[in-house]
Design a protein around this ligand. Structure first.
Ligand code: NAI
Ligand code: 3PY
Length: 327
C-alpha cells in the first residue's frame, strides 16, 4: 500500500505527478490558503505533509497520529517546533541551495531600489510630475564602491556578496556565528564584530535564520550604531528586527532608507507605518519567487517527502532533527 500524504499548498502538476507515483495524495484545492482548522481536519491518516511555513507544533501533531514527515517548501524552518517534532520522531525537511541565486538577485534589487529610489521615481514619472531630472530632490546615492555589511554569511549571504563584490566592486564585510574562511577568500571579505559592521557599513543586510538567538537581533541599540547614511536591507525574516525600532530609526532619519522583503506580521497590515514612508521599499516576501526556482523548490520538497515516507534517507533533513531520526 502506498503511504498517504497531504499536500497543503498548490504545486506544479509535474511535481504532484511525481508524488502520486509513490504515494496516495490528498490535496488542498481551496481558492485561498488553507486555514489552520482546515489543515488540522485533514491530517487524520496522513503519513506525510507538504507545506510552506505552516506552524508544526504539538496541537497539529496531536491531530496527525500517523505522521512521519513534514516537508517544507522553503529553506527557513522557523515554523517547526523542533522539540515537539523530536519528541515524536517526526522527520522535518527544507529546500536549501536551489533558491540561493534567486534570493540573492532580489536582495541586490532591494539595494539598488533603495539607493536609487526606484519605486519613488517610478511613481513620480507615472504621476506626470517629471519636470527636471537635475533637481536634487530626485538624486540617490551610489551603490558601486560602497561597503556592504552582511549579517549571516550563509548560502544566500555569500551569493549576495558575490554579486556585490564582482558586479558592483563593493567592499564586503560580514558578521556570522562562525568565521567563513572560504567566503573571506572568495569575496576578499573581512570578518568583523557586529558593532564594527553596524558602525562602518553603507548597506547593512540581514540574512540570518529566525531562531531564538536572532529574535530582534537588530533593534534600537543597533540602529543607533549605524551611519545616518546607512541603508538597511532585510531579506531574512521579519522577526529578526524590532519593527518599532526600525520605524523610529527611519522617521527620525537615524538611517537613510530600508528595503524590506519580510515583516513581523505577514501579510503586513495596510496600517503599518512602514508603508507610509517614502524611504522604504517593500516587497511581499517574494525572495525566491521566480517560476523556475519555485518549481525547483517544490520538486526538492517532493523528493524529501517521498523519501521520508517510503523509508529512504531524504536529502535535506534539517540540522536539528538529524540525530535520533530512524529512517
Ligand atoms: N526573503 C525570502 O524570500 C527568503 C528568506 N530566507 C531566509 O534566509 C535565511 C538564511 O538562509 P540560508 O542562507 O540558506 O541559511 P544558512 O544557514 O546557509 O545561513 C545562515 C547564516 O546565518 C548565520 N547566523 C545564524 N545566527 C546568527 C547570528 N545570531 N548572528 C550572525 N549570524 C548568524 C549562520 O551561521 C549561517 O551562516 C533562511 O533561514 C530564511 O529565513 C531564505 C530564502 C528566501
Ligand atoms: O525559503 C524560504 O525560507 C523563504 O522565505 C521563501 O522562499
Amino acid at each position: 500500500m502506498k503511504p498517504k500524504v497531504f499536500i497543503a499548498r498548490p504545486i506544479p502538476s509535474e511535481v504532484e505527478a511525481y508524488i502520486a507515483d509513490h504515494c496516495t495524495c490528498e490535496k488542498w484545492t481551496g481558492a485561498s490558503p488553507i486555514t489552520r482548522n482546515e489543515l488540522l481536519e485533514r491530517l487524520k491518516d496522513a503519513e506525510g505533509l507538504l507545506i510552506t511555513g505552516e506552524k508544526i507544533d504539538d496541537e497539529l501533531l496531536d491531530h496527525a497520529p500517523n505522521l512521519k514527515a513534514v516537508s517544507n517548501i522553503s529553506v527557513g524552518y522557523n515554523n517547526f517546533d523542533l522539540d515537539a517534532m523530536k519528541r515524536r520522531n517526526i522527520i522535518g525537511t527544507n529546500t536549501p541551495d536551489v533558491l540561493n541565486e534567486t534570493v540573492a538577485d532580489l536582495a541586490l534589487a532591494l539595494i539598488l531600489s533603495t539607493a536609487r529610489r526606484i519605486p519613488e521615481l517610478d511613481k513620480l514619472v507615472k504621476d506626470g510630475k517629471w519636470e527636471d531630472q537635475d533637481d536634487e530632490p530626485l538624486f540617490g546615492v551610489d551603490v558601486h564602491g560602497k561597503t556592504l555589511g552582511i549579517i549571516g554569511m550563509g548560502r544566500i549571504g555569500e551569493a549576495i556578496g558575490r554579486r556585490a563584490k564582482f558586479g558592483f566592486n563593493m567592499t564586503i564585510q560580514y558578521h556570522n556565528r562562525h568565521r567563513k574562511p572560504e567566503s573571506e577568500k572568495l569575496l576578499d571579505a573581512d570578518y568583523v564584530s557586529m558593532e564594527e559592521l553596524l558602525q562602518t557599513s553603507d548597506f547593512v543586510l540581514l540574512m540570518v535564520p529566525f531562531t531564538e538567538g536572532t529574535k530582534h537581533l537588530i533593534g534600537k541599540e543597533q540602529f543607533a550604531l549605524m551611519k545616518n547614511s546607512a541603508i538597511f536591507i532585510n531579506t531574512s525574516r521579519g522577526q529578526t528586527v524590532d519593527e518599532n525600532a526600525l520605524i523610529q530609526a527611519l522617521q527620525n532619519q537615524k538611517i537613510l532608507a530600508a528595503g524590506l522583503d519580510v515583516f513581523d506580521q505577514e501579510p503586513v497590515s495596510p496600517d503599518n507605518p512602514l508603508l507610509k514612508l517614502p524611504n522604504v521599499v517593500t516587497l511581499p516576501h517574494i525572495g525566491s519567487a521566480t517560476y523556475q526556482t519555485r518549481f525547483d523548490m517544490a520538486m526538492l520538497a517532493a523528493k524529501n517527502l517521498v523519501a521520508a515516507v517510503t523509508g529512504k534517507q531524504p536529502p535535506n533533513i534539517v540540522q536539528e532533527l538529524k540525530s535520533g531520526i530512524k529512517i
